[in-house]
Design a protein around this ligand. Structure first.
Ligand SMILES: [Zn+2]
Ligand SMILES: [Zn+2]
Length: 172
């Protein structure tokens, strides 16, 4: 799940989850209404940002030309004097999963075996990997946490270590 990180008056980053399945998905930044839209397909989804004409939006230092452009993980979005960050990273969770009846069983990208049982579905790209929890036997598959990150670059840590936050903003 993508989110917007906004600096909170209590001196901490606060995450607002973007529900991109709702149209329009609008977030107010610096008094301007910004629309976030999911584009692309299946395993190659990206997020586009759309602003109204005459609103000056800066995405990681680049002016949003024509009021539309793609945002990627950790992009800074600046409108007026407000600065927020876009993040695609979410703590991965282990779920019990089996393919729908009659559906083709996907293969694990790591061990190439059929996917079923306890798995992690990558929060960024949606690929599914085997992932038994910590109480499982030694023979259980831990394909998701085998490497530091998914093929798409999303970190695999399931203890929250992958929750990225920008540097704090200390008011003068
Ligand atoms: Zn596997
Ligand atoms: Zn991924």
């Amino acid at each position: 799940m993508s989110k917007i990180l906004r600096w909170h008056p209590d001196n901490k980053w606060q995450a607002e989850v973007l529900n991109l399945s709702v149209d329009p998905c609008v977030v107010e930044v610096g008094g301007a209404r910004l629309r976030f839209v999911s584009v692309g397909q299946a395993l190659h989804r990206e997020t586009a940002i759309i602003s109204l004409p005459r609103v000056e939006v800066w995405v990681s230092g680049q002016s949003l030309l024509g009021g539309v452009g793609l945002v990627k993980d950790r992009d800074e979005i600046l409108v007026g004097t407000e600065r927020v960050y876009f993040s695609t990273h979410t703590r991965p969770t282990i779920i019990e999963w089996s393919p729908a009846a009659g559906a083709k069983t996907p293969k694990c990208p790591i061990c190439k075996a059929d996917i079923a049982g306890p798995i992690v579905c990558c929060p960024q790209c949606g690929r599914r990997y085997h992932q038994a929890d910590a109480t499982a036997t030694a023979q259980a598959r831990h394909c998701w946490t085998l490497g530091p990150q998914c093929m798409c670059g999303h970190p695999t840590a399931i203890d929250g270590a992958s929750d990225w936050l920008p540097d704090p903003v200390w008011s003068a």
